[in-house]
Design a protein around this ligand. Structure first.
Ligand SMILES: O=P(O)(O)OC[C@H]1O[C@H](OP(=O)(O)OP(=O)(O)O)[C@H](O)[C@@H]1O
Ligand SMILES: Nc1nc2[nH]cnc2c(=O)[nH]1
Length: 174
């Protein structure tokens, strides 16, 4: 496997900080009650970095979803491996994930949470691949819009590895 580096550690840091400041500004009013719901496993690194740039009170919870298995294509069947146990009706929910690709993951979680009547709900993914969308799903906050390339690093895996790589790269198979 060869790597084509798309975003360096420094570029990522700069963008995450920018997102954190924008979100903080949007949720600064006293009537806001921000709850970030982070989708494991891919978003654990982005979430950890993002929340440290959020300057307003924030509760952080996690859900685990899975749909890709070992391959590069979504199965289209998103499994909610672990859901939520808390009442979200008093919260302004922000769903955080690493990437929006086919949209199946975000759509499934969005519909699942909407039924629980949050005060408001928005979405944030560090990366957005709009050309791959299979369902009607948009993102409110995004870091980088990328082309149709399979990527890894910064939380995203390739064959269960590379989540800990500090930069984002395109996976080029030999
Ligand atoms: O828009 P989609 O096509 O649904 O793709 C996006 C999802 O795919 C990856 O998750 P994956 O199912 O690989 O699980 P992981 O979070 O454990 O890596 C990624 O972390 C997103 O959650
Ligand atoms: N690792 C990885 N997971 C994904 N899930 C959806 N798109 C991608 C991608 O480009 N890379």
């Amino acid at each position: 496997m060869k790597k084509n580096i798309l975003y360096s550690k420094e570029k990522i840091e700069e963008k995450v900080k920018e997102l954190g400041l924008t979100i903080s500004s949007d949720y600064q009013n006293e009537d806001k009650n921000l709850l970030i719901i982070s989708l494991l496993r891919g978003s654990f690194i982005f979430t950890a970095d993002l929340v440290r740039h959020i300057t307003v009170p924030v509760r952080i919870e996690f859900m685990e979803t899975s749909s890709y298995g070992f391959g590069k294509e979504s199965t289209g069947k998103v499994e909610i491996v672990s859901g939520l146990t808390i009442d979200i009706s008093d919260y302004d929910v922000l769903i955080v994930d690493d990437i929006l690709d086919s949209g199946h993951t975000m759509k499934t979680v969005y519909d699942f949470l909407k039924k629980r009547n949050p005060k408001s709900m928005k979405t944030c993914t560090f990366l957005d691949k709009p050309s791959r969308r299979q369902v009607d799903m948009n993102v409110d906050y995004t870091g980088f819009v990328i082309e149709d390339k399979f990527i890894a690093g910064y939380g995203l895996n390739y064959g269960h590895h590379y989540r800990n790589t500090p930069y984002i790269f395109e996976v080029i198979e030999n």
